[in-house]
Ligand binder design. Structure first.
Ligand SMILES: [Zn+2]
Length: 562
């Protein structure tokens, strides 16, 4: 029998979540066996027209299906579970072990029902204190406060040392519907010698401490106290704690709540069923029924705080909602901060609402980042408690990761023991050292567009950006096969480029240009290279239009031989 070589190193690979907010997915690989942690998606940036989500590239895993030990999920936010329906099929096998807390499991399963043809996932429930074994990995789950209940950190024993994954977290002495941070437990974990810590960096650029959920609640209540009209609150459907606060305060101020947005309704339904959201029987009413109540008795809870184009708030703001219209006395609250990349769309929604005479609150205090994630002082405390030998800051834009690395150095950690990595890099860890190896795996964006996954590549995206920016310019030229001359005058169709009626001279000159190009190319006799002619039209007309308008519309030449 072949002797197995003793393996003394472990590989950490982030498929997403580094240099971006969202798309969290990570692999721990020991002796060729792989443990997966989370499978999230992220929202597209503004310059990605028509893209719904971006998910991790898992080509590396598809080739290694048999080596996958299982998947552990930290919590039910979409940036940690959202990519499951798009990816799970590619790595699914009958004995695939999946672990999640009860609420996380509930959210995953409900979402699976919305997608057809999904494999039947056997998700095992884990709780605070649960211990499981997957190959060489022994995982102990521990409770971490965040802004969704049932959030679990992972303490992982491996043959090379202990790894601690914080999940998204904050320290909270006064949480809502949840127990306060269990420092006794954290201290106990810290005493077990942590070789490597993977820690949340989302708020690493923010000074001091995060607010406790109770303080956030008090801030929110100030708005309710001062408002006479309807209150429309947009937030993430997965911010279960925030939703609970809104319910509790609405009840206190005798407001009924109408829900708008599919994910909002389903998430609340699951969380209510599992006991994570408490509400009086008659608090929720159909949104249409809110019209039967005086405005000061109505709260509308909806999706769309990121300016998502299909979400409820966007439809309300742009007057496209079936019956909800902004009224002058309305107060609209954006109860989540803007994810980098969405600033302009959120601004658009805000402006649209303000123009209709309503009031807008985009309250820093109700910031999802400020609200849900450890700030500098908490991150320092986590390092102090766990005293890891190595640190990999995870979850966040590069500036957040660097800020986290910097404060770890201030705490006395050596620079060479802290790795700020890029998605797809392979981080090698052994008991003595941590470093990035040369080899890299694919980790580019996979874009989800409607029902298609990955069929929108960079080329399609570039086309869409071009169309969105400078429009489209179609030239139809009919060419006589016999003479090689253009018949009549070429047709021009244009969208989003220039106003045709006011650009007669430009169009006439363009037509002349096309005729010259075709005549020149076909006039020599012999075989005609039509694709060359099309390229010529595209290039020359492109240059011409740019010189006249400083714009670069997409040019589509159509040459028809008759
Ligand atoms: Zn989270």
């Amino acid at each position: 029998m072949k002797q197995l070589k003793k393996v003394n190193n472990l590989r950490v690979i982030l498929l997403g979540g580094l240099g971006e907010v969202g798309r969290n997915m990570m692999l721990l690989e020991y002796n060729k066996k792989i443990l997966i942690i989370d499978m999230g998606f992220r929202l597209p940036e503004e310059n990605m027209p028509g893209i719904d989500y971006i998910i991790p590239n898992i080509q590396y895993l598809e080739k290694r299906k048999k080596d996958i030990l299982g998947i552990a999920f930290t919590h039910g936010h979409y940036d940690h579970i959202g990519a499951i329906p798009y990816l799970i099929e590619k790595i699914y096998k009958k004995d695939l072990e999946i672990f999640a807390s009860p609420l996380t499991k509930g959210i995953i399963q409900k979402r699976q029902e919305d997608f057809s043809g999904q494999p039947n996932l056997n998700i095992k429930e884990v709780k605070n204190g649960s211990k499981i074994k997957l190959g060489s990995f022994k995982i102990e789950f521990f409770r971490q406060n965040h802004n969704i209940p049932d959030n679990l950190g992972l303490f992982i024993e491996t043959p090379i040392g202990n790894i601690l994954h914080t999940s998204d977290f904050k320290f909270d002495k006064n949480p809502i519907n949840d127990l306060p941070t269990d420092f006794k437990k954290l201290n106990e974990l810290g005493k077990r010698k942590i070789l490597l810590m993977l820690s949340d960096s989302t708020s690493a650029e923010e000074e001091s401490h995060s607010l406790s959920e109770k303080e956030i609640s008090e801030n929110l209540e100030e708005i309710f106290k001062a408002t006479k009209g309807r209150i429309i609150i947009a937030t993430f459907a997965s911010l279960i704690n925030r939703i609970q606060q809104i319910i509790t305060i609405s009840e206190k101020y005798k407001r009924k709540i109408g829900l708008e947005g599919y994910s909002m309704r389903t998430n609340i339904e699951i969380a209510k069923k599992l006991g994570y959201i408490k509400a009086k029987k008659d608090t929720f009413i159909k949104t249409r029924q809110t019209q039967n109540y005086p405005d000061e008795r109505v709260t509308i809870l909806c999706t769309g705080a990121q300016g998502e184009s299909e979400a409820a708030l966007m439809r309300i703001a742009s007057k496209e909602h079936r019956f909800l219209k902004i009224k002058e006395k309305d107060t609209i609250v954006f109860s989540s901060s803007v994810i980098p990349g969405n600033e302009r769309t959120v601004q658009f929604v805000k402006d649209a609402i303000l123009r209709q005479g309503a009031k807008v609150f985009h309250y820093k205090m109700m910031d999802i980042h400020a609200g849900g994630h450890a700030k500098k002082e908490e991150l320092k405390k986590m390092i102090e408690i766990m005293k890891p030998k190595f640190l990999i800051p995870i979850h966040g834009q590069h500036s957040m990761l660097f800020s986290h690395a910097e404060l770890a150095q201030d705490m006395g950690m050596h620079q060479e023991n802290i790795i700020v990595a890029e998605n797809g890099q392979i981080i090698n860890v052994d008991p003595k050292q941590i470093y990035i190896v040369k080899e890299k795996i694919l980790s580019d964006y996979i874009m989800v567009d409607g029902l298609g996954v990955g069929d929108v590549g960079e080329v399609v995206l570039r086309d869409r950006q071009m169309l969105a920016k400078d429009g489209m310019f179609v030239i139809v030229a009919i060419v006589d096969r016999q003479t090689g001359k253009v018949r009549g005058s070429p047709d021009i169709i244009s969208r989003g480029f220039v106003y045709l009626r006011e650009s007669k001279k430009l169009l006439a000159d363009t037509r002349k240009k096309v005729v010259t190009i075709v005549d020149k190319a076909t006039g020599t006799g012999g075989a005609v290279n039509w694709s060359y002619i099309k390229d010529e039209i595209r290039n020359k007309v492109g240059q011409f239009l740019f010189s006249k308008t400083k714009r670069r519309p997409m040019i589509l030449p159509v040459v028809i031989e008759v």
